[in-house]
Design a protein around this ligand. Structure first.
Ligand code: CA
Length: 225
């Protein structure tokens, strides 16, 4: 893949680019947001590793402009440890994945390669599908078969998070942080309530349930095997 690393800590940017090169990718580096935008427009990469905390034009603004310009690259954002809000904002703004600093280089490479295996077209990022369930990120519209499913904003967010990684189990704590921006002390019960509601809307009346629970682990959505 052609990958653009946008990170103002030059040593870290070099370190990431080197690791990616070792794994057979072509990695470029940019150290500020405006330059990164120019570079992505001139030669759109397949994937962008985007640090959120950049001088001048910050990462979220860069992400917004990339999406506005219809940039087809998938985006993995790097966030400061524990900056849950940034993570949520990033995912809502169209990022495909995130990794909190400090991270292991092996994990970064693994995440990047997982993103590379996902649908390569830009529409694959905006139009999520699991079995006959479809979610349009931009129009915020959900259908299953030919039925339109009406969801509240939070139900939609929850479904989007699950559908972005079909088959991956999300713990209640993780979902609570991602959707409600609160720590698990507050409300994993909220997550349970919303999953129950979502399940009613998405699965009831259909022969095959898509949302699955593993009691001690959490929730996932996946197509029937
Ligand atoms: Ca930074």
């Amino acid at each position: 893949m052609r990958i653009l690393v946008v990170e103002d800590e030059r040593e870290l940017a070099r370190h990431i680019a080197r690791a990616l090169t070792r794994h057979g990718h072509i990695a470029g580096q940019q150290h500020d947001g405006a330059e990164a935008l120019r570079c992505a427009a001139a030669e759109p990469p397949d994937l962008i590793v985007l640090d959120l905390n950049l001088p001048g034009l910050d990462g979220l603004s860069v992400l917004a402009r990339l999406k506005q310009a219809g940039c087809p690259a998938r985006v993995l954002i790097l966030t400061a440890r524990g900056a849950v809000e940034d993570r949520v904002k990033g995912l809502k703004a169209g990022a495909d994945d995130y990794l909190a600093k400090p991270f292991s280089m092996d994990e970064l490479v693994a995440r990047i390669e997982a993103l590379g295996r996902r649908g390569a077209t830009p529409t694959a990022v905006d139009l999520l599908a699991v079995g006959d369930l479809h979610l349009d990120v931009h129009r915020r519209r959900v259908t299953r078969g030919d039925r339109v499913i009406e969801l509240s904003p939070r139900e939609f967010d929850l479904l989007q998070v699950l559908m972005q990684e079909p088959g991956r189990f999300f713990s209640r704590t993780e979902l609570c942080e991602l959707i409600w921006r609160r720590d698990h002390l507050y409300g994993t019960r909220t997550v349970e309530i919303f999953v129950t509601r979502l399940r009613k809307k998405v699965d009831s009346g259909f022969a095959v349930p898509l949302i699955q629970t593993l009691r001690t682990v959490g929730y996932t959505i996946r197509p029937p095997s």
